[in-house]
Design a protein around this ligand. Sequence first.
Ligand code: PLP
Length: 474
Amino acid sequence: MDAHDFRRFGHQLIDWVADYREGLASRPVMSEAQPGQIRAAFPAHPPQKGGRLDEAVTALDRDVLPGITHWNHPSFFAYFPSNTSYASILADLVIAGLGAQGMSWQTSPAATEVEEVVMDWLRQMVGLTESFTGVIHDTASTATLTALLSARERSSGFSQNSRGLQSAEAPLVVYASDQSHSSIEKAALLAGFGRDHLRLIETDDDHAVRLDLLEAAIAEDLRRGLRPCAVVACIGTTGTTAVDPLAKIVEIAQRFSLWLHVDAAMAGTAMVLPECRDHWAGIERADSLVFNPHKWMGVGFDFSAYYVRDPEHLIRVMSTNPSYLQTKQDGAVKNYRDWHIQLGRRFRALKLWFHLMDVGVEGVQELLRRDLANAQWFKDRVDAAAEWERLAPVPFQTVCIRHVPAALKDNEDALKAHNLELARRVNEGGKAYITPALLKRRQILRVSIGATATGRAEVEALWGLLNEAAAASG
Ligand code: PLP
């Protein structure tokens, strides 16, 4: 392809994306594809000769779109918002066009310095002090693994880095709540703590970690000769967006010299609103935190913001310095390759820059306030309805509910089947998409409000759909 064809296809595909976005509301939210259907539309062997890109572009509508679940659909209420603004899409185009690697400052100074700038803007936006320094990771999962590796090394005097796991004197232990995301467990396993040394502490009726049980677990581990190492607090759990009592966890972490990592993957974005910041009071004393602008803020996937109070821990764990990576600027600049696991890195900072230049901080705040208000509206409907039950507080934009017909009231198995059927009807009906999940063995319907295109009308329509499905499943 030459530049001429690139322009031609480029214009065509920009139009295609804009048409797709404008027509989203008329599509079924959840893909209706059957397993293997999409694969079957593709030839089994690669094309031997090129020059056929136009066929691929044509096939997008026919062969690919049927297999897409539309995360930016106005009636997407499943999992979490994965908002990708137009500005962020354009930034991705520029990033790919530049094709630059930002593994060290010298390999593209702009990639490093724009990242420094936008991560500092983002720090200010969520009200963190200058004691935090940020770096862009791909996902919260990677950031949490990085945090636990740093915790492991700090606790062991960096001995595991030099002598490996063989040098462990006493097993190190990690603590998190039983509502913490599976990425915490994965990180603990990958960082070598072992499942036996991960304590998932029971939560209270609001699904926040129980401090008495956290302290008791630490005391018991100490009594057994183990070494408490890190605690992960969650501000906005995946299931219900529950908020762990961070200020109290800070005290415990300091008393027992634990690394405190805060997982605010979803809810961290809410801290752009000053009125939400009480939810993470104490954050200033955390060692590290992660949140995902690629969820609720509008910055297209992937863009996870990882902040640390002392980057030296990170760099000591992550740094490699072979001769071919050394540059004369080392020591005077940041080499972000030492701030995460992989070496190569995309120029992701452009996505946040473009997005903020387009909507501004006030634009982000406006949408967040709209979504919080819509969640409260939905919560009020649920609370006022005789046969609906809400199973968790609504501090942010997720509402966890179930339908409880009088006839099934005390029959958990029947309630489970009934609510699964209700979710099936809504999702397969194509007009909205919600997530059925288990919350402490109870079947819930999780309604996550926050797609950029979702207004009050869609939330009202969902409430109508849920009631229709309930009546039809009765
Ligand atoms: N932590 C929480 C609280 C989450 O809700 C999620 C994803 O939903 C994650 C971590 C994992 O995020 P990522 O996909 O960026 O690894």
